[in-house]
Structure formats: C-alpha cells, structure tokens
Write a protein that binds this ligand. Structure first.
Ligand SMILES: C[S@@+](CC[C@H](N)C(=O)[O-])C[C@H]1O[C@@H](n2cnc3c(N)ncnc32)[C@H](O)[C@@H]1O
Length: 322
C-alpha cells in the first residue's frame, strides 16, 4: 500500500547478538530470559487475548482513561504525528488516533514494535480505517534502535499498556533518557503505568483462570526453541507469578518441575536446573504518581498532568521534554 512504509531493524541476522544476550541472562542469579522474546506472532496474539480477560483490569481502565482525556490531550499537544512505542495491536491507540482525526490533525502514525507480524497487520488495518493516514512502522528493539524513529513535527510519543514496568526503575529512567534524546524540546510524551495496589488484585491479573498468562509465559520457550533451536521443553516448566512488595513489582517466572539438564547447543551451554529452580521471565514494576514523576524527570521529562481512574488502578502521566 502506498501510504504504508515499514522499516525492519531486527531480523535473523542478529543471531549472534541474540545468543550472547540470552546466554548472559540465563547465567545471571537468579536466571533470567529477556522479556521481549515473548512477542512473536503467537505471543502478541496471546497478549491481545490477555487484555480482554476479566482479571486483566489494566487494558479496560487505560482504555477508559484515554477515552476520557483524548480530546483535551489532542487540543493541548496539537499533535499531528503519533509515535507508539511497543505499539502491539494498537487497540487503545485508536482512541487517540480517532480524537486526532476528529480535530482534523491526524497525519502520521509510527508504530514501533519488536513483533513484525503485528506491526504489518496494524499498519494495513489503520490506513483503511483512517482516510489519508500515513503509517510508518518501525520493527526494532526500543532499547537499541530508537534512533530509527523517523523525524517529524508536532509529535506525541506514547508508551502505553504499562510496558515501562518491564524495566527496573533505573533502566526505565535510562530508557526514557534515550526517548527524550530523540524528541524536540516541548514535545509531549504520554506514559501509561499500572498502579501499586493490593497484592490479591495484582496477582489475579497474572494468574488468570483461563490459563492464558501461563501460555504466554511458556511461549518464550517456544520462541527460543524455534528461533535459536534451543532445547527447552515448555511442559517441564510451571507458570509462577507473584507480587514482590519490597520491589513493588510482579515477577513472572518459569519454574522447573524437575531436575533437568538442558543442552543449549547454539549457546554453547549446558544448563542444569534443579527441581523448583526458577527462570525470571518478566518483571512488571508498579507505580504511583510520585514514582512516575521521578522516573520521568530522571529521563529528562517534566510531568505536566496526571490522570487516574476513581479506583486508582491505572495512571497516565503526560510529560514534556524539558
Ligand atoms: C505490554 S504490551 C503493550 C502493547 C500495547 N501498547 C498496549 O498498550 O496494549 C508490550 C508491547 O511492547 C513490545 N515490546 C516489548 N519489548 C520490546 C522491545 N524491547 N522493543 C520493541 N518493542 C517491544 C511487545 O511486542 C508488545 O507489543
């Protein structure tokens, strides 16, 4: 399609880098796997289904908040281009795109995601849904390839879905510094954060009755088995997710259900896992207003507005590049 451009910055050629990254993570104490490997096409689809689960209040709440503030946000930021970091299915982003279109401001949408299939799908959907819209997708790792965000004017950059929570607070500030370095002084940034709340509610969201989060968690092993030919057996692991109150984060882990020796040939590594030994696959750091303000200001942003729902489940911080 004429009005769709897709730039690809991650592909199979990076295999050496990927292997080194995974090897390092598995040799950490506790063992880890990098969260971004959840998101092949199947992982993205599972995440979309998780967003619709009754236990997963995050998506509904952020959607409702965005619907409430979209018009004033568009008027205030005067944005004509939307840069969506970790865009995924762009379901909630459509609320912003619609408000921009209504104000006759919508020009360009820039979805940036590591998952190629979903960016291509969303690009084609959106140019049909919004007349005259240009979509310039970037397939890349937002921790590595931010400089490939196309330059533009009157941009609003968003990072929704609580994705910032996948980074520990220091890494989150370092990442936000990279984001602000790509922006022009005065441009706006919208950050969605899941809020600190009672453990029971948080843990239910990551241990859904339908077992989709468990499937999603194990998908990381399937991705690594397929893309790097690694000898993981998803059936030999159990999904574990709990709230760690001292670090104010959900930890998602894969727990080895038996003692096992994994011969990870392409990593040149044999990994011996004890029964009940964990591999940390995701952290989801929870925020409050103060913590969001701090992480933003360390990243070179000045928070100008804070929005939350009556139950204080989810927060949206509007910030400006200082
Ligand atoms: C929690 S989902 C949020 C999706 C969407 N923004 C939403 O609010 O529903 C995280 C998204 O970020 C993408 N992602 C995760 N790590 C990434 C990375 N390092 N670089 C680029 N995209 C990444 C995933 O593919 C996924 O689409």
């Amino acid at each position: 399609m004429d009005n769709v451009t897709i730039d690809v910055h991650v592909n199979g050629l990076d295999q050496e880098v990927l292997r080194a990254e995974i090897r390092r993570a598995l040799l950490r104490t506790p063992r880890e796997l990098p969260t971004k490997y959840f998101y092949d096409d199947r992982g993205s689809e599972l995440f979309e289904r998780i967003c619709e689960l009754p236990e997963y209040y995050q998506t509904r709440t952020e959607h409702m908040l965005l619907s409430t503030i979209a018009d004033q946000l568009v008027a205030r930021t005067e944005a004509e281009e939307l840069v969506d970091l970790g865009a995924g299915a762009a379901t909630k982003t459509r609320v912003l795109l619609t408000a921009m279109a209504k104000a006759n401001r919508l020009r360009t949408y820039i979805p940036f995601d590591v998952s190629e299939g979903i960016v291509r799908r969303v690009a084609n959907e959106l140019v049909t849904e919004y007349r005259g819209l240009r979509v310039h997708g970037v397939i890349g790792d937002f921790l590595e390839h931010l400089e490939h965000i196309p330059s533009g004017e009157k941009r609003l950059v968003v990072l929704l879905g609580g994705t910032i929570g996948n980074l520990r607070p220091d890494a989150a500030s370092a990442f936000l510094s990279q984001v602000s370095a790509e922006m022009t002084s005065g441009e706006y940034f919208l950050l969605g954060v899941d809020l600190i709340k009672e453990a029971k509610r948080l843990e239910a969201a990551y241990n859904d009755a339908a077992g989709l989060t468990a499937e999603f968690n194990k998908n990381i092993l399937r991705v690594l088995r397929t893309s790097l030919d690694l000898d993981f057996e998803p059936e030999a692991f159990a999904h574990v997710a709990f709230y760690n109150p001292s670090d104010q984060r959900i930890e998602m882990r894969l727990r080895s259900t038996r003692e096992q020796a994994l011969h990870l040939q392409t990593l040149d590594l044999t990994l011996t896992l004890a029964q009940d030994e964990d591999i940390l696959t995701e952290v989801s750091v929870k925020y409050d207003r103060q913590k969001a303000e701090t992480v933003l200001s360390r990243g070179g942003f000045h928070m100008v507005e804070w929005y939350t729902d009556p139950e204080q489940l989810f927060g949206l911080a509007l910030a400006r590049k200082a």
